[in-house]
Design a binder for this molecule. Structure first.
Ligand SMILES: [Zn+2]
Length: 203
């Protein structure tokens, strides 16, 4: 906690002070973010850091392995779907970015099985992406299999976004665009999903 509070003190003396007017304007006028970024909880793949975002610029929702669950308005506690609803129906963001990343522990659980200590929630959560495990079964090398699975999880999340009727409607009329991306932790490079299904470095 001391490390966190030391960071808070740096924030108050640094970027909060520099952006004070922005914070005040956001408090007075409300937020109008241009994107929702859905990333992984991994501490090394912070969307705000990767996109060097300023306050008010983008909404962020993070979960294990950046997964979008299928649309299921069944009254259960759907945290990610609630964030999507807020972003799309209330704030009407024009962009949703699904941001995967390298060395993803959630994807590793999907491929190699869940250790006992993550059986309660992570294992059933990752089972949502069981189809991805089948898709990468042919990959011989573990590293290549992991990376391909990380790419395929991004595509699965993008496909699941379209099961939400109010997302599909906005995409159809052109007021919302969805994007896939993947961040390499070691090199700090961002790759973007192309229309041909490949991931290419962002310029
Ligand atoms: Zn991850």
């Amino acid at each position: 906690m001391d490390t966190l509070l030391a960071g808070y003190r740096r924030f108050r003396a640094g970027s909060w002070l520099q952006q004070r007017q922005r914070f005040e304007a956001l408090a007075d006028q409300g937020q109008q973010p241009q994107a929702l970024v859905l990333g992984c909880v991994d501490s090394r793949a912070d969307p705000g850091m990767i996109f060097d975002a300023v306050p008010g610029e983008m909404l962020t929702v993070r979960n294990v392995a950046n997964l979008v669950p299928p649309y299921a308005p069944d009254g259960a506690g759907h945290g990610t779907s609630a964030a999507l609803e807020f972003a799309v129906r209330v704030l009407q963001v024009p962009h949703i970015v699904v941001l995967g990343h390298g060395l993803c522990g959630g994807v590793r659980v999907l491929l190699e099985g869940a250790p006992r200590e993550v059986q309660d929630f992570v294992a059933p959560w990752m089972s949502m992406a069981a189809s991805v495990r089948e898709q990468v079964r042919q990959c011989v090398h573990a590293e290549e299999r992991q990376r391909r699975a990380e790419f395929e999880v991004v595509k699965l999340s993008l496909a699941n976004l379209m099961t939400f009727p109010w997302i599909a409607e906005r995409v159809a009329v052109g007021t919302l665009r969805t994007h896939g991306a993947w961040f390499a932790i070691r090199s700090g490079e961002l790759m973007l999903l192309q229309s041909d299904g490949s991931f290419q470095p962002a310029s």
